[in-house]
Design a protein around this ligand. Structure first.
Ligand code: NAD
Ligand code: MG
Length: 381
């Protein structure tokens, strides 16, 4: 029985992880669950999965949950301290990190220090502090199992391969809803939230449309697999059937394929190194018929270039890129800016940042705060 805590259990990844756990109840016990504000769904999940501890990051809502769960034997906690308490529970074996954005970084670092195995969906944490996260994981003997479908695919392709045999990583991406759109100026929020192949939370859905998601994934892959950025190529693959590939020095390319559904990579991270039988059905290749590939259009989607630039410069660069993007995406979701303003804001913030090389965690957090403030002020002025 693997004991699991899920940080961000009410989100798209969180609910998919709970779907897998409920289908394979004989293998998993849910020990802890957390959310930001969604009291109703978290209460429902608590009643279904009976965790020992549950947390709402929004402390104003913690009291409401505690009131509703009166008589429930488990503990109800709140705030960042509560998230950390859930992540570090003594009997937890695996922590699924599925909080969106920078809020997931500190709980992830604490879970690693507590020597928990990690199932990582929260790519922003790795983008901000990839070197620190991976170094801490190495020091504590912690394995980080990627949930992101591309990284889960690469992880599977790399398993058991001799060191020094990888030539490059080929990250695939659907290209998002605007791959064939000519006029990006008129894009609406509603159109952006309709992703052609994946069902996800709002922030990553916007990131997929700007190709920032692919950019964040390049940085994520660089840190997770310790591969030079120059050896990571992005290929647009609109069918989202091949989730990524690894090219080896002899010219062989391995690819991982499955239906376009996050429950496949989530199940693999949950059951690793085993595989759960019958998570979902396999692919009907003759029905799919054709797989196609093309180069990304970097002029149309500059966020991908900014990500390469940020990680190549290194230091606090990726944290600043990430923070500016989080603010710009929030402003777009609030209908305060246009779709095409997102890359403009990121470029402006990156352009005024003085990179700190080999930053400490405090320096990263300071750069994150600085970039948020800078990004917010762009539309104010
Ligand atoms: P989501 O918005 O659906 O869910 C986010 C979860 O985080 C919710 O449970 C929410 O309550 C919690 N949360 C939000 N803000 C918080 C805060 N400040 N403090 C504590 N908790 C907070 O997002 P999602 O689509 O599930 O994505 C989660 C992460 O997984 C993101 O980093 C995303 O990039 C990554 N990811 C998602 C998918 C996907 O298919 N959805 C695929 C690959 C990677
Ligand atoms: Mg992905």
């Amino acid at each position: 029985m693997k004991k699991v805590a899920i940080l961000g259990s009410t989100g798209s990844i969180g609910t998919n992880a709970l779907w897998v756990i409920s289908k394979f109840q004989q293998h998993f016990e849910v020990v802890g669950l957390t959310a930001d504000k969604n009291v109703d769904l978290l209460e429902k999940q608590v009643r279904q999965f009976n965790p020992k501890i549950v947390c709402l990051a929004d402390e104003e809502k913690t009291g409401i949950l505690a009131e509703r769960l009166k008589g429930y034997p488990g503990e109800v906690v709140g705030g960042q301290a509560g998230l950390i308490k859930v992540a570090c529970q003594a009997d937890v074996d695996l922590v699924i990190c599925a909080i969106v954005g920078s809020a997931g970084l500190i709980p992830l670092l604490e879970a690693i220090k507590a020597k928990k195995q990690i199932g990582l969906a929260n790519k922003e944490a790795l983008v901000m502090a990839g070197r620190i996260v991976m170094e801490l994981a190495r020091q504590n003997g912690v394995k980080i199992l990627p949930l992101d479908s591309e990284h889960n695919a690469i992880f599977q392709c790399l398993e058991g391969k001799a060191p020094g045999t990888v030539k490059k990583i080929i990250l695939t991406g659907s290209g998002g809803p605007f791959r064939q759109r000519m006029d990006l100026e008129t894009i609406t929020l509603e159109e952006t939230l309709k992703h052609p192949t994946w069902q996800m939370g709002k922030k990553i859905t916007v990131d997929s449309a700007t190709l920032m998601n692919k950019g964040l994934e390049v940085i994520e892959a660089h840190y997770l697999f310790d591969i030079p950025v120059s050896d990571i190529t992005v290929v647009i693959h609109p069918q989202s059937i091949i989730h990524s590939m690894v090219e080896f020095v002899d010219g062989s390319i391995l690819a991982q394929m499955s239906v376009t559904d996050m429950r496949i990579p989530i199940a693999y991270a949950l059951s690793y190194p085993e595989r759960l039988a019958g998570v979902l059905s396999g692919l009907n290749l003759t029905q799919i018929g054709m797989l196609s590939f093309q180069e990304p259009d970097l002029d149309k989607f500059p966020c991908l270039s900014y990500s390469y630039e940020a990680v190549t410069k290194g230091g606090t660069g990726p944290a600043v890129l990430n923070a500016a993007n989080e603010i710009a995406v929030q402003q777009f979701l609030n209908k305060e800016i246009k779709f095409t303003d997102i890359p403009k804001i990121i470029k402006k913030v990156m352009g005024t940042h003085k990179i700190i090389e080999s930053p400490t965690l405090d320096e990263i957090l300071m750069a994150d705060t600085w970039a948020r403030e800078k990004a917010r002020n762009i539309i104010k002025n």
